[in-house]
Design a protein around this ligand. Structure first.
Ligand SMILES: C[S@@+](CC[C@H](N)C(=O)[O-])C[C@H]1O[C@@H](n2cnc3c(N)ncnc32)[C@H](O)[C@@H]1O
Length: 426
């Protein structure tokens, strides 16, 4: 094992400090630019050199106290140790660098819309019952070890408050050494909890869950096998009231463990940009529409909209909400896997605007077809600047102009970032 003293030069895209030694880069988790550190060197599986901080000999000017007691142990956050100014510059730069790598115009990137602590409304915890009790929290970075959560300045306080009672509940539900995942969403009508576990739910378990929901004012508790496949739906066990979200002015019922944007302010910011870019266009197609966070407000602004998503249960709530808000004539939906069967040919004829918000992998096959279409405006929402930049290159090569990119820090203190962009055919 080699120990060396180095100065941290910069912060990489995953939040690690980067130093230069022995003619190459060394990645140093939790180091800030300017730090002079004593490191223990190691090699990671991919062959890159990594350094573990043994001592911060001289802190850099951008170093800042972390907000959370679990920082450096819990895998949820990688960058809490920077001043807000340095942190926000790094976050925006992740988008700039992704676009630069594809030779795209970075001058269209707006200032970062900064995030706020205590606003995350979705969490997926891991739990394990040990002989001495259940531990519940997030996984350590690059490991299966669970960090037992005492605080989390990222999450909404309603989610944090339910952690101790959840731990107690799982103590009674899990076998010793048993594990579970717990998806908690803070919907507008209260907490929606989905338990993913191997243990069966008998009558006694159902009664316990009903008492838990009553005591902690949880709107719904559902159950799903731990090893379920993507697309398997959860079984609601306790439903004390409808689980609803308000998208703009329209209230929608959402299914258990539904996709919703991780923060309400982030969703609102995205929606404002999307609705403004659509501008009440006559015929809109929305791909990866989810529960309708953009669909319903777009329909309200006067457009006819065709919304596609592979999650049938998300679209059912969307359709019901459209009908009960007199938008049924304007909204049509289709459950469809866009990787296997992207929209093509006549389906893209006479469309004024396409809105798409794909998962992290992007929308490669669909974008290939959109980029060759005559659609005048494309509004692309993305949670991954790398796949976005790859897809954006296809639009540019297809003759579109990248008009704007707005980075939105919905994933506070992590290397993830959301963005909304507009492409226009000149
Ligand atoms: C990032 S979410 C966006 C949802 C929605 N726009 C919102 O803001 O709430 C991505 C959506 O893509 C859907 N999805 C993922 N893979 C898909 C695929 N291959 N085909 C169609 N939809 C897919 C998911 O069900 C999810 O609703």
């Amino acid at each position: 094992m080699t120990d060396i003293d180095v100065r941290i030069k910069a912060l990489g895209a995953k939040g690690d400090g980067v130093a230069e030694a022995y003619g190459g880069a060394i990645f140093v988790p939790f180091a800030a630019p300017g730090d002079l550190v004593k490191l223990r060197l190691s090699k990671s599986k991919d062959g890159s050199r990594r350094g573990k901080i043994l001592l911060i000999t001289e802190p850099g000017n951008d170093r800042h106290p972390a907000a959370c007691m679990h920082f450096t142990e819990c895998g949820g956050c990688s960058v809490q140790h920077l001043s807000p100014t340095a942190y926000q510059a790094w976050k925006r730069d992740i988008v700039c660098q992704a676009l630069e790598r594809q030779n795209l115009d970075v001058s269209v990137i707006a200032d970062l819309v900064a995030g706020s602590a205590g606003s995350r409304r979705r969490a997926r915890f891991s739990a394990r019952r040990l002989a001495g009790g259940t531990i519940l929290g997030f996984l350590e970075m690059g490991s299966h070890r669970i960090v037992d959560l005492n605080e989390c300045p990222v999450l909404h306080s309603d989610i944090i408050s339910v952690v101790p009672p959840l731990r107690e509940l799982l103590d009674g539900l899990l076998d010793v050494r048993g594990t579970a995942e717990i998806a908690v969403t803070r919907a507008d009508s209260g907490l929606d909890i989905t338990l993913l576990m191997a243990e069966e739910t008998d009558l006694k378990v159902r009664e316990n869950l009903a008492v838990f929901a009553e005591t902690n004012d949880v709107a719904r508790i559902s159950w799903k096998p731990l090893k379920s496949k993507a697309g398997d739906s959860a079984e609601p066990i306790v439903a004390r009231r409808a689980v609803v979200m308000k998208f703009g002015d329209v209230q929608t019922e959402i299914p258990p463990d539904a996709f919703i944007q991780p923060t309400s302010w982030g969703e609102q910011t995205l929606r404002e940009h999307v609705v403004a870019a659509v501008g009440g266009a006559a015929k809109v197609v929305e791909l990866y529409a989810g529960c309708g966070a953009f669909t319903l407000p777009i329909a309200q602004s006067g457009s006819q909209i065709f919304a596609v998503d592979m999650a049938q249960d998300h679209l059912e709530g969307l359709s019901r909400a459209a009908r009960s808000n007199a938008l049924g004539e304007r909204v049509t939906v289709e459950a469809r896997n866009l990787d296997r069967r992207p929209l093509a040919g006549p389906e893209l004829d006479a469309v004024d605007v396409v809105v798409l918000d794909p998962p992290r992998a992007g929308a490669s096959s669909q974008v290939g077809l959109l980029a060759q279409s005559a659609i005048p405006v494309v509004v692309y929402v993305s949670c991954n600047p790398q796949s976005f930049a790859r897809d954006a290159r296809k639009f540019i090569d297809g003759g579109y102009r990248l008009e704007s990119v707005v980075p939105i820090d919905q994933f506070l203190w992590s290397p993830h970032i959301e963005l909304v962009s507009v492409f226009r055919r000149p």
